[in-house]
Design a protein around this ligand. Structure first.
Ligand SMILES: [Zn+2]
Length: 189
């Protein structure tokens, strides 16, 4: 099923999400729902807090960006209980957007190389290095699990300029092709 996307200003986007226990009833369903919601809203990645679940899991499918970066064509993955254990490489600027912050795009600097540990949907443990665009998408989604949004990472000047736009978004003044949950609205589980 597709979930509505939680929008900027909702407190769940600022919570540090909890690890998923191995006794979590149906991780396959949660992963399927995250992918379905992500495809429906045309994102490259989606983290559980964005569908109102404060859990450490995100999904990515880089295929739509494969024109710019061919290596993303088969980068489709769910990351359960991920931990970025190293960040290095150059700080690279790139324009980002976020389904939780509709129609707003800003340049963000991120490290070009990360090392991350995580579990896949079968609870196999992985320890992997990612670079370039893949590392960027992972860092963006990973930040959601720590209550961090890409707009937190723009320059102080840009931040001041964005303030009124973000306030407008949090009040529902935006157009989106997908269902959303505004800050004052209750999340149905
Ligand atoms: Zn996002």
């Amino acid at each position: 099923m597709t979930y509505p996307i939680v929008v900027y200003g909702h407190p769940i986007l600022r919570k540090v999400a909890a690890d998923i226990g191995k006794d979590y009833p149906d991780p396959e369903q949660l992963i399927a729902d995250l992918f379905e919601t992500m495809y429906h809203s045309e994102g490259l990645g989606l983290a559980a807090p964005q569908i109102g679940k404060s859990l450490r899991i995100f999904v990515i499918d880089g295929k739509p960006a494969a024109e710019d970066e061919p290596s993303l064509a088969d980068f489709k993955k769910a990351f359960i209980n991920p931990h970025i254990i190293e960040k290095n490489g150059d700080l690279v600027p790139m324009t980002e957007g976020c389904l939780s912050i509709p129609n707003l795009r800003e340049e963000v600097n991120r490290e070009s190389r990360i090392r991350i540990t995580y579990y896949d949907e079968d609870w196999n443990y992985h320890d992997k290095v990612y670079e370039g665009y893949a590392a960027r998408i992972i860092q963006h989604e990973y930040d959601h699990l720590d209550g961090i949004l890409f707009t937190d990472k723009v320059s102080p000047l840009r931040k001041r300029l964005l303030k009124s736009k973000l306030t407008a978004i949090s009040k529902g003044r935006f157009e989106a092709e997908y269902r959303t949950i505004l800050p004052g609205q209750k999340i149905k589980q």
